[in-house]
Ligand binder design. Structure first.
Ligand code: D5M
Ligand code: FE
Ligand code: ZN
Length: 505
């Protein structure tokens, strides 16, 4: 409901509302508003945040646990016997900032690819243009030495997309750079300071340097990435709310770690061993899932031999049961991954309506992959993270054991999937949904099944691991998962805690 509708409704029943309480109510349904009004003392004048907590949350906690036992949805789930009394604070609104769902325009035409790359070039180029005075590539060739470096010293700068990368016979590096007017070879000499710079195909960079005599070669002196400005100040919530980052649950896989997952469900329901955990749980208001909610079917050859639940709808039904165990005052955001039942080409739309309908508890927002949401003023960009595979195979230093470093390389390029033609199948939408703009405060990925957190220029980068043990395929590939551990971000301080639910963590 809109703020005005709520204020009018409350006024018609003789109540005023505190601004903080109004914010909470905006995220609620009209039936919640009715329940609140029914529970209010008629002599009260002002509806406060405490009234909302007292009337709506307590009822929801009771209802959640009753529905949990009454329908006995998950036989393996036992309500935590040692649950602490948690006094939950209802979550605020989840505002979807960007999402491909219902906005896909692409049919895969050649022209669409041209448009897609133009969009990418111009968006990323604009980010660099403010910091570098550049010229179209074609103009360098026309003017040759006269246009840029008549005295042999003056510098020229261009912005282009890296279309080729190679080593010369002399041990230097050669980049082919393309803009909308043409292309040019850029030489990085082996003795230059920038020789070790990390470069990948299809990224957009600025290069400044000196032109060769005929204008056909640019000898690079410095490289500029779109990156995040040093001046970036991350947004924070005024409340000490916490968001838990989850991904790669893989419900339905025979290596899904149900015992650990149930421990997590107990934990969010108040079965927390330490005061620190209890404090986190009492402030936990949001859970964001970055893909691979279920294991799916037909994702890789022979997968059926590793499935515990063979029907993908049954997998989602089971996932919905698990998520119904999460207290309802927590807002959940679910975005898909490559194991989910949506198109494989990215950006991926949200899970289909029939799957969404299985999640009946009303506190789940379904979004596409990637998607940006805003919670309490903090922007969270969720991207499943398939492009991390491409970075690990193409960027020296990128590894599965430290996925957060690969994520920092993506942020530096302001693009979630810069390499075209790798593991990520990119659908040429009319705009490039992988461009990281505006700058988020948290980027949350999964996919590689390892946990890692770092910060780059104020942005928190977190990979949230998995709830799946090592699969046969991962054994063969020597991929060591880091399961049942999750990052939790304090939206007020930006502090990140990692909590583990394995017996040995
Ligand atoms: O991916 C989990 C991890 O395992 C991720 O790093 C990719 C890797 N993986 C999974 N399947 C494959 C195939 N078929 N080839 C190469 N690498 C793979 P997930 O999406 O959860 O399966
Ligand atoms: Fe996964
Ligand atoms: Zn995945």
């Amino acid at each position: 409901m809109s703020g005005i509708d709520i204020v009018n409704k409350l006024a018609s029943r003789g109540f005023m509302v505190e601004p903080g309480a109004l914010d909470l109510l905006k995220a609620r349904s009209s039936s919640d508003l009715e329940r609140l009004l029914d529970g209010m003392d008629p002599s009260a004048f002002m509806i406060t945040v405490d009234d909302i907590k007292r009337i709506l949350s307590s009822e929801e906690m009771v209802k959640a646990s009753v529905s949990g036992t009454a329908s006995a949805p998950t036989p393996a789930y036992r309500s935590p016997a040692r649950a602490r009394q948690i006094d939950p604070v209802p979550a605020g609104e989840v505002r979807v900032l960007s999402d491909i769902t219902n906005n896909s325009t692409c049919i895969g035409d050649y022209d669409e690819f041209v448009g897609y790359f133009r969009y990418r070039y111009s968006k990323l180029g604009d980010m660099i243009r403010g910091r570098l005075s550049t010229r179209p590539i074609e103009s360098l060739k026309k003017g040759g030495r006269r246009s840029g470096s008549g005295d042999g010293k003056s510098e020229v700068a261009v912005i282009g997309m890296v279309s080729d990368l190679r080593q010369t016979s002399g041990g230097h590096r050669m980049i082919e750079l393309e803009d909308l007017t043409g292309s040019i070879n850029v030489l990085i000499m082996k003795d230059s300071d920038i020789f070790e710079s990390q470069l990948i195909l299809d990224e957009v960079i600025g290069v400044s340097g000196q032109l060769s005599g005929d204008g056909g070669l640019l000898i690079a002196k410095s490289l500029t990435y779109p990156d995040v400005p040093f001046t970036n100040i991350p947004r924070r919530s005024s409340e000490p709310s916490v968001v838990a980052l989850l991904s790669d649950v893989h419900v339905g896989s025979d290596t899904f770690l149900e015992d650990d997952w149930l421990k997590f469900l107990d934990w969010v329901n108040g079965d927390c061993p330490t005061d620190t955990d209890a404090d986190l749980v009492s402030r936990l208001r949001y859970i964001v899932v970055a893909g691979d909610l279920v294991d799916g079917i037909g994702i890789y050859p022979g997968q059926e031999k590793e499935l515990h639940i063979l029907d993908v709808y049954d997998q989602y039904r089971k996932a919905a049961e698990y998520f119904s165990m999460i207290p309802k005052h927590i807002q959940i955001v679910i975005s898909p991954g490559n194991h989910d039942a949506v198109r494989q080409a990215e950006p991926q739309p949200a899970l289909s309506q029939d799957v969404q309908d299985m999640f009946k508890q009303g506190n789940v927002t379904f979004v596409g992959n990637p998607s940006a949401v805003e919670i309490e003023g903090v922007r969270v960009l969720a991207y499943h993270g398939r492009s991390i595979d491409d970075l690990v195979s193409n960027l020296p230093g990128a590894s599965y054991s430290q996925p957060e470093l690969a994520m920092a390389e993506l942020l530096k390029r302001r693009h979630l999937s810069p390499i075209y033609g790798g593991r990520v199948m990119i659908a040429p939408e009319s705009k490039d949904h992988f461009v990281i703009d505006p700058i988020p405060d948290i980027i949350h990925s999964g996919h590689v099944h390892t946990v890692g957190v770092c910060r780059h220029r104020g942005v928190i980068l977190a990979n949230s691991g998995t709830w799946q043990g090592q699969t046969e395929f991962q054994k063969r590939m020597n991929i060591q998962p880091d399961p049942a551990r999750i990052p939790l971000v304090d939206l007020n301080t930006g502090e990140v805690s990692i909590v583990g639910f394995r017996d040995n963590t």
